[in-house]
Design a protein around this ligand. Structure first.
Ligand SMILES: CC(C)(COP(=O)(O)OP(=O)(O)OC[C@H]1O[C@@H](n2cnc3c(N)ncnc32)[C@H](O)[C@@H]1OP(=O)(O)O)[C@@H](O)C(=O)NCCC(=O)NCCS
Length: 288
């Protein structure tokens, strides 16, 4: 363990546009992702830039001796607070910077009565979130090749959506996870994701070749065909096709197993207060 960072040397300040490239590189390093490919580097930068655009007051960096050592981003949507990012440079982890950044991020939107965090399996993260009053719901991820022969015939009620649908979907997110996903859906559509919708009962977002990004529904009868449609969009991926499947999502467990995917425990859905039913719900990792 590195020696604790002397609080007098730890400087927290607002994340600024000029920090974005370095902040994205640090976040990727912390998650062990190589962003040598310029397209991937740009997608990490865009992901870190989104909360800065919507919630500049919720984005912070930690510096020591003028060097960037950590990044935290929180977003606020109506009555929901959500931690979008918490990362510390691998060379200086376990020295207290993560705790300091989380405490600062929690001051943003502190009056929100509900909160969500999609946690990695990092024991430091789990400790911090539990200590901050979040209940931890362990989650699974599902990976492996999708068995294309398992995909049912497309449900005609599921149709492709776009920007014009977003306002109508707000009520579904509000009911299920406590607040709309509107600006996050705009971000996803800009980033190459596709959106499918089943009337006013639910929607799913998936990135071709990557994975299911988000699914929110009012009932399992709508969620099931939406997840199948999302898996069809994902097609082939070397990453886990579906992640953060919490214990409530037995409907999703059945589908990913039928699709030939393998389940493994990874991470946690961390919840404060009562944001909504949180089921059927497969959260978006960065924006819940
Ligand atoms: C998770 C992360 C942000 C934590 O930041 P950090 O600066 O390394 O952590 P801190 O030093 O603030 O320690 C946080 C808590 O974990 C404890 N801790 C430190 N090292 C630990 C270890 N190896 N195992 C378990 N707990 C540990 C600390 O004691 C502290 O708890 P306390 O304040 O109650 O004593 C950072 O390690 C990281 O970037 N991890 C990789 C990316 C990631 O998974 N981010 C979380 C995404 S949800």
């Amino acid at each position: 363990m590195p020696p604790a960072v002397d609080p007098a040397q730890l400087h927290l300040r607002a994340l600024e546009e000029a920090d974005l490239t370095a902040a994205a590189a640090l976040a990727a390093r912390a998650f062990g992702v190589d962003i040598g490919d310029p397209a991937l580097a740009e997608s990490w930068r865009a992901r870190v830039a989104h909360p800065l655009t919507t919630d500049p007051g919720g984005c912070f960096i930690a510096e020591r001796e003028g060097l960037l050592i950590g990044v935290a981003e929180a977003i606020r949507r109506e009555r929901l607070w959500c931690l979008s990012l918490l990362t510390v440079d691998p060379g200086i982890q376990s020295a207290g910077a993560g705790r300091a950044l989380l405490q600062r991020a929690l001051t943003y939107g502190a009056d929100a009565d509900t909160g969500l965090i999609i946690s990695s399996s990092d024991p430091r993260a789990l400790r911090l979130y539990a200590g901050a009053g979040f209940s931890l719901r362990p989650t699974f991820e599902a990976s492996g090749p999708i068995d294309r022969t398992s995909l049912p015939r497309a449900d005609p009620r599921v149709r492709e959506g776009g920007a014009a649908d977003l306002e109508a979907l707000a009520a579904i997110s509000r009911e299920t996870r406590g607040a709309p996903h509107t600006s996050e859906l705009e971000f996803a559509l800009r980033s190459g994701c596709r959106l499918v919708r089943l009337a006013d009962r639910g929607f799913a977002v998936a990135r071709p070749g990557r994975g299911v990004w988000l699914l929110v529904a009012r009932d399992e009868a709508a969620a099931a065909p939406l997840l199948w449609a999302a898996l069809e969009i994902v097609a082939d991926t070397e990453r886990p096709a579906v992640r953060w499947i919490s214990v409530e999502q037995a409907w999703a467990v059945q589908i990913v197993l039928r699709a030939g995917l393998q389940l493994a425990p990874y991470g946690a859905l961390c919840v404060r207060g009562a944001p909504g039913s949180l089921c059927p719900f497969l959260p978006s990792a960065p924006f819940a």
